[in-house]
Design a protein around this ligand. Sequence first.
Ligand SMILES: O=CN(O)CCNC(=O)c1cccc(Cl)c1Cl
Ligand code: NI
Length: 183
Amino acid sequence: MITMDDIVREGHPALRKQTQEVTVPPSEEDQQLLKDMLTFIQNSQDEELADKYQLRAGVGLAAPQLGVSKRLCAVHFEDFKGVIHSYQLVNPRIVSHSVEKAYLSSGEGCLSVDRDVEGYVPRYARITVKASDMEGNEYKLRLRNFAAIVVQHEIDHLDGIMFYDYIHPEDPFSVPDQAKAID
Ligand SMILES: O=CN(O)CCNC(=O)c1cccc(Cl)c1Cl
Ligand code: NI
């Protein structure tokens, strides 16, 4: 099982590398990696398992965070309406997005960043993602609100981008006009 020991931290080159697409349908190895990544996220949200294995809670994980430069990421969380959002994304790409921006008023965090970096992270409010599933079928995902923010955080990892790259250096809590706060 994946634990915090498997997660690379700032300074590791994999976090700043552009990932390569994987062949579709994904190999057994890539499918297993995605399954393990989703399991880690779920475990990190389980109080008992998180405590037992000292896991830091997360709602997503990208392969570069395991030192693996492959275009794979997983997201899992339950929203305030009780809807479970669970995605295992193979070769995801944002194919369109809103002009409108959005940000989490609580900022963002990253398992590969062992420090609190405060400030607003302006992202697209709505995105359309093209990805393949485990069987190699291509599909489109239209996301908004928290799901859109998290998937952008993960896809950024696949392009070597960290969340704090977007925080305004002089005024971390400044936001582009018309950006809306989420949560
Ligand atoms: O890349 C994934 N991680 O680093 C997992 C830890 N971070 C989070 O769960 C997290 C927390 C707040 C906002 C966002 Cl957007 C995310 Cl993603
Ligand atoms: Ni992260």
